[in-house]
Ligand binder design. Structure first.
Ligand SMILES: Cc1cc2nc3c(=O)[nH]c(=O)nc-3n(C[C@H](O)[C@H](O)[C@H](O)COP(=O)(O)O)c2cc1C
Length: 387
């Protein structure tokens, strides 16, 4: 797979000759602050916030600072290639869009804008069960784009089976099952504003359009949205799930299955024993267990234990090319980003998402070349030192 390098940096500098500067920050860390005045306070808090004191969200970022890159010189980075194939998806550079629910709170075009931007950049999108647009419409917007489907496993098995059948029919190729959201965490920034998008009918669109879900309602959602939302709350999660239940997913999905939210070697081993294809080492961006281990700190041990048997992916805290390099060096095959593209969407719709994807790609390619690496397989623990 020979891929031309991203030339976003050149475009930006050239546009500057005509007095044009980028609409959105090129340091993706800055997006959160830049978005503050441009999203509603509720939407901003919902996207930026974490569980409890925010300790794990902060720690996710700190963990990256504890590893330093050791650049190598005179290694021929004249014609690098950073493309790879992960669970059948072709990645121009090794990142994907993490599932982020209720994107309609950030921008009226929500997931449709994200799907268009992702497809135009060749980046796979993982669509959340909690999307504010039905999955079939997102698939249409995605066109030939690569798409994976993330399941929030509902308490009602008929609804779960129906979601999987719909996702398959709509061309989603990989199933991501999120395990860390058995219940919604204590999130003070949302609680202080008494704001949860789902209660306001945003992020429940896959449920409202689902025949198995509709069968649970006494009246159509169009007649009584309040009752439909209450039914959604009743069935949203199943805290009684165990490893034995994964066979249900296998029976209803014939493509690769990835478990999201793995943070221990023991659980990674169990995922391999259960015949899963991959895992995402993730703490949900620090949104579930306040005080949980930084995802990056969990990564090396897990990758060493199961990297030969499972496709190990990573998210939580990626904000730039050097973060990507570090996660790959510590054993991830690819990473996912969450908040940066949600803020990009909020500030600029599909163009805002495209800005984030192009910036991250160009930053990654430059960081790799400047560090002396012409391909992904040259990366390893030797690429880093512990600060
Ligand atoms: C606003 C928001 C909504 C999210 N919704 C979902 C979701 O519906 N399903 C899911 O598996 N993860 C969800 N996540 C977690 C992301 O998939 C991902 O794990 C996390 O955002 C990665 O951390 P980062 O934001 O630091 O990149 C959400 C994250 C955010 C910020």
């Amino acid at each position: 797979m020979d891929q031309p390098l991203e030339a976003y940096q050149d475009e930006i500098y050239l546009a500057g000759l005509g007095g044009v500067t980028p609409d959105l920050p090129t340091d993706l860390n800055e997006l959160e602050w830049a978005a503050a005045g441009r999203l509603t306070p509720q939407a901003h808090a919902y996207i930026a916030g974490g569980a409890g004191s925010g300790d794990t969200a902060r720690e996710n970022r700190e963990a990256f600072r504890r590893w330093r890159i050791v650049p190598r010189m005179l290694t021929d980075v004249g014609a690098p290639c950073y493309a790879s194939t992960v669970l059948g998806a072709e990645l121009p550079v090794p990142f994907l869009l993490a599932p982020v629910g209720a994107l309609g709170i950030a921008h009226p075009d929500g997931e449709v804008a994200v799907a268009r931007a992702a497809a135009s950049c060749g980046v796979p999108m993982v669509l959340s069960t909690a999307s504010s647009t039905p999955m079939e419409q997102v698939a249409d917007a995605s066109g030939d784009g690569q798409r994976w489907y993330q399941l929030y496993w509902p308490r009602d098995r008929a609804v779960a089976a129906s979601f999987l059948a719909r996702a398959k029919a709509a061309g989603f190729t990989v199933l991501v099952i999120t395990l860390d959201t058995r219940l919604l965490a204590w999130r003070p920034r949302d609680l202080d504003q008494a704001y949860l998008p789902f209660l306001r009918g945003i992020g429940v669109q896959n449920y409202l359009t689902d025949p198995a879900f509709q069968a649970l309602l006494a009246e159509p959602a169009s007649a009584d949205l309040g009752e439909a939302v209450l039914q959604y709350i009743r069935i949203f999660g199943d805290p009684s799930l165990t490893w034995a239940d994964l066979s249900f997913a296998r029976d209803h999905w014939d493509g690769p299955i990835v478990l999201k939210g793995i943070l221990s070697v023991a659980d990674a081993e169990r995922a391999a024993e259960a015949g899963m294809d991959g895992i995402i080492v993730s703490n949900h961006g620090g949104r579930q267990v306040d005080g949980a281990v930084a995802a990056l700190d969990a990564l090396p041990g897990i990758a060493a234990a199961v990297g030969g048997r499972l496709t190990v992916l990573f998210d939580s805290g990626i904000r730039g090319g050097s973060d990507m390099l570090k996660a790959l060096a510590l054993g991830a095959r690819a990473v996912l980003i969450g908040r940066p593209y949600a803020f990009g969407l909020g500030m600029g719709g599909a163009d805002g998402v495209r800005h984030v994807l192009r910036a991250l790609r160009n930053d990654f390619e430059l960081t790799m070349r400047l560090s002396g690496y012409a391909s992904l397989d040259e990366l390893g623990p030797q690429s880093l030192v512990r600060a």
